[in-house]
Write a protein that binds this ligand. Structure first.
Ligand code: ADP
Length: 546
């Protein structure tokens, strides 16, 4: 009944522990989810800032290429044309028109080569060496195409021999001859990167109001790709794909950079300056550790509960075993005492035998009671203090105890042989020593065969004195040699044997010996049985005072 109650209580505790583990898992999941949301929001902010920087890049480079680049160039050309008035002559180059114009000089790297097409003429003439035939035919074809734009210039994009090309052209019609003429230049796309770099580097692409102005272009990776897919500019650190945005120059600015794209990303290391708290680190390692810890605690608690239950069961068995052990000698005492009382003995000899049996059973009983008392006192510090240990020779005590034990095995034919070193000394409480030896002798007699020889010996070596008891019984399997000293532990084979026991004898032995600073162990005896050894520290030599 109570074990059923214990069982359901254990199940309840285990269930509660598992519920707490489940709750921890749920909380960990929640935390992970919250952090992932937070991270996604922070990443999106960083990407928005990258988009902002990309817009600024587009604005700045379009302005540089347009207002400071091809506008003044084409303007100077136009002025030159108007100045000469005669379109039949060659067109002056911009640098000839305004050599003192700083802006114009700065724009010159954008020009690859100048070209003109005279009114009425199909032919193009180039300044310096003529470009390859493919370029020439592309340009003529472009110029022939009717254009509806009425602006001061046109920008032509195309691809020649798989290379992107761009040209800026000013066209007009000669009013007198009503013939079209054109002049312009091919844009040096290779020089675009070097031309734009100073404008990009002059200050951060991010407005100073963001990140307290501390996020410089060193944290921004930029790549400019022209209308033909060729990268013309790269600056800043390597690309950070997870924070990368791509923006097109689109129609807003048109001109030379029409069809170009910019790919820009912000270094996540700059995130703490841009977003409060930066990018939260992944909580997985911490949560994983916490979960493992909780699981380990739950497992340890379940193991502890199971051990407690096992101990509880052992205690119940122990009470049953003690009662059983008490019952047998009591029954014997009662039977032989009654025989004597009722005068049923036939001879003097028989009366003596009855008294011997009563004496033996009383000794057994008192021994058992001694063990139980000692066992229940084991955690009692007062009991420890009550032990008095004076260094003394062991042999007389051992002989006395053997003598005391002898009657218990008198009718089994067991012989107890003592091999004692008379001068071996140890500091040991006499009563404790008697109980230790009685327990070992009792086990030797109990588990060994009838008519065996039990050897009790004392050996001394420097630093230690050993007391041992050897029997001719079945011995103890090597794997069990430590466990037999555990409280309530009995070898599994005892389950099927009629030999009664409580499982506390050896634990009392170990407890008493340990309190004296000694140790206990069991090994195989040369006779095949067990050899239990009690090793005591040799008494220290004390300097004579004075
Ligand atoms: P108990 O003898 O009351 O069962 P002990 O603590 O004295 O308890 O012994 C524990 C177990 O060790 C015994 O149940 C027995 O299985 C084993 N044991 C002890 N002494 C011997 C021995 N001399 N020979 C064989 N087995 C022994």
């Amino acid at each position: 009944m109570s074990s059923r109650g214990d069982g359901s209580r254990t199940a309840l505790i285990v269930a509660l522990l598992l519920v707490s583990l489940g709750a921890t898992i749920l909380l960990a999941w929640q935390a992970q989810y919250a952090v992932s949301l937070h991270r996604a929001a922070a990443e999106s902010v960083v990407r928005d800032y990258a988009a902002l920087a990309a817009d600024e890049f587009i604005r700045r480079s379009a302005a540089k290429v347009g207002y400071e680049g091809y506008y003044p160039l084409i303007g100077a050309l136009t002025r030159g044309l108007e100045a000469t008035g005669d379109l039949g002559k060659s067109i002056p180059k911009p640098e000839e028109l305004g050599p003192e114009d700083e802006r114009l000089r700065a724009a010159l790297p954008l020009v690859k080569r100048y070209f003109t097409s005279l009114p009425g003429s199909e032919a193009l003439s180039f300044e310096g060496a003529a470009p390859p035939i493919e370029m020439r035919s592309w340009l003529s074809a472009q110029l022939k195409r009717p254009r509806d734009d009425t602006g001061p210039y046109s920008v032509l994009h195309g691809s020649v021999a798989d290379e992107p090309v761009t040209a800026v052209v000013r066209e007009w019609t000669d009013p007198s001859r009503e013939k079209r003429a054109a002049a312009g230049f091919e844009v040096n796309l290779e020089a675009l990167g070097a031309y734009l770099t100073p404008a990009i580097e002059e200050r951060s692409l991010l407005p100073p109001s963001l990140g307290k102005g501390e996020v410089t272009n060193d944290a921004i990776s930029v790549s400019l790709i022209d209308h033909g897919g060729v990268e013309r500019l790269r600056s800043g650190p390597r690309d950070f794909p997870e924070f990368s945005v791509e923006a097109s120059f689109g129609d807003a600015y048109g001109g030379v950079l029409e069809g170009s794209r910019v790919r820009l990303s912000v270094d996540p290391a700059a995130a703490p300056r841009l977003v409060i708290g930066g990018l939260p680190p992944s909580p997985l390692p911490m949560l994983g550790g916490l979960l493992l810890l909780t699981a380990a605690v739950v497992a340890a608690a379940i193991r502890e509960i199971r051990r407690e239950r096992r101990l509880q069961r052992l205690r119940t068995d122990f009470v049953a075993n003690v009662s059983h052990e008490l019952r047998t000698p009591l029954a014997q005492i009662r039977m032989f005492a009654e025989t004597l009382l009722l005068g049923r003995v036939r001879s003097e000899e028989e009366a003596k035998r009855s008294l011997r049996i009563i004496d033996r059973e009383v000794r057994r009983l008192s021994h058992l009671v001694e063990n139980v008392l000692q066992f229940s006192r084991r955690e009692d510090a007062v009991a420890l203090n009550s032990l008095s240990w004076e260094p003394a020779p062991l042999a007389p005590r051992v002989e006395e105890t053997i003598e005391m034990f002898q009657p218990l095995v008198a009718d089994t034919g067991t012989r107890i042989v003592a091999r004692l070193e008379p001068e071996a000394e140890a500091a040991f409480d006499p009563d404790a020593l008697r109980q230790v030896l009685l327990n070992l002798l009792d086990n030797a007699a109990k588990y060994g065969p009838r008519r065996q020889e039990i050897l009790v010996g004392i050996e001394s070596s420097p630093g230690a004195t050993r007391l041992f008891v050897e029997d001719q019984g079945p011995g103890i399997p090597e794997a069990e040699r430590e466990r037999v000293f555990d409280r309530f532990y009995r070898l599994p084979r005892e389950g099927a044997s009629p030999t009664a026991g409580t499982g506390i004898g050896l634990s009392v032995v170990r407890d008493l010996v340990t309190r004296h600073g000694g140790r206990t162990y069991v090994e195989a005896a040369s006779t095949g049985g067990s050899r239990f050894v009690v090793e005591l520290p040799a008494p220290r030599f004390e300097e004579p005072r004075g």
